[in-house]
Design a protein around this ligand. Structure first.
Ligand code: DAH
Length: 339
């Protein structure tokens, strides 16, 4: 028995080609290829044919089936392409137009200077550590020798994040001193850069959110000479020239003795420095024995120095920026200048 399936195939291909959407297409596919479809029905006849008839009949049906399947797949793709073209703006899409320019982002100036400072300290053998911004009051205050009723807390009013006053946004990176000591044995050499927070009125020099870099070195026989040598080395690397510094006595409960460090920058007065050519740069000192003990380190055996410097200040100086509020303001015209 020979069979001519050409008319069936022609009709199937015409119907597939005319299907306007996926739903119509799948309906046509079912008519020919479905469980009760024409092709399936033809296949079902094969067992009732004589052995001589079977090969020829089978080949013809198979060829028709493949032709219909190929046409179905082609139509599916054509419909999908058409849907994409519509999504892209229909017939108006012009693939020869130049693409939209890719905007290159850039690192925030604070991030750039922070990375530079990290590199400098790494080259001096320091480890860079990171820690929580939402901090237990214990690490931010108590363990640093600042008890609850201590007047030093007045200078560091912060955002208290629970009713008991146990959770605070850290007011300085000094919290990392204790955390670093808890996890390490001397010799310790770390810096901890990061964001800090204060609840204070904002102006060109004060923000509720700013950045510090804490430094901590603990070993046997550490003294103030190690501290000044380290700070001068860092300043030399940052400003690419020798920078004069001076130490004034300064009170911070977690160091004894404590100092404020000024750096001499000709023209600092013009940048708003109130000390003539001198500009306040950081707080520092030798780690208080009570703080060493809180960190689990024996103050009889070891001593250390610590410093905390404002990163924002450094960036202001570096780029002669007049207002700290630019940093968190999110104005792209400001940020693009550092790309
Ligand atoms: N944590 C102090 C502040 O935010 C700065 C500071 C002073 C850090 C003395 C120190 C230090 O490590 O020894 O004002």
């Amino acid at each position: 028995m020979t069979i001519d399936l050409a008319p069936l195939q022609a009709q199937a291909l015409a119907e597939l080609g005319a299907a306007a959407d996926d739903e119509a297409l799948e309906a046509v596919a079912r008519i020919y290829l479905g469980r009760k479809g024409a092709i399936t029905e033809l296949m079902g006849r094969i067992p009732s044919l004589t052995p001589e008839e079977r090969p020829g009949f089978g080949q013809t049906v198979n060829a028709t089936k493949r032709a219909i399947e190929t046409a179905l797949e082609a139509r599916r793709e054509a419909l999908a392409d058409a849907a994409i073209a519509v999504a892209r703006g229909g017939a108006g899409f012009d693939p020869s137009l130049p693409g939209a320019p890719l905007r290159r982002g850039s690192l925030h100036p604070i991030t750039q200077v922070r990375r530079e400072v990290e590199e400098i300290f790494r080259s001096m053998g320091f480890e860079v550590v990171d820690g929580p911004e939402l901090e237990l009051s214990y690490y931010n205050f108590e363990a640093l020798n600042i008890p609850a009723d201590h007047p030093a807390r007045d200078h560091q009013d912060t955002f208290y994040c629970d009713d008991e006053g146990r959770l605070v946004l850290r007011t300085h990176t000094s919290n990392m001193q204790i955390r670093a000591m808890e996890k390490r044995q001397p010799p310790i050499r770390i810096i901890a850069p990061g964001r800090v927070f204060r609840n204070e009125a904002q102006d060109a020099k004060h923000e509720h959110t700013f950045h510090q870099v804490e430094g901590l070195v603990i070993d046997r026989g550490i003294h103030v000479g190690h501290l000044t040598g380290t700070l001068k080395g860092m300043l030399r690397a940052i400003f690419q020239t020798e920078i004069e510094i001076r130490l004034r006595p300064g009170f911070f409960p977690f160091v004894e003795p404590g100092f404020e460090v000024d750096i001499r920058l000709p023209g600092a007065a013009a940048l708003g420095g109130v000390l003539g050519d001198w500009m306040e740069f950081c707080g520092c000192g030798l780690v208080h024995p009570a703080v060493l003990r809180a960190g689990g380190i024996d103050p009889q055996a070891y001593s250390g120095f610590a410093f905390g410097m404002g990163l924002d200040r450094l960036v202001l100086l570096r780029y002669s920026i007049d207002d700290i509020r630019h940093f968190m303001g999110g104005d792209l015209r400001f940020l693009r200048q550092f790309g």
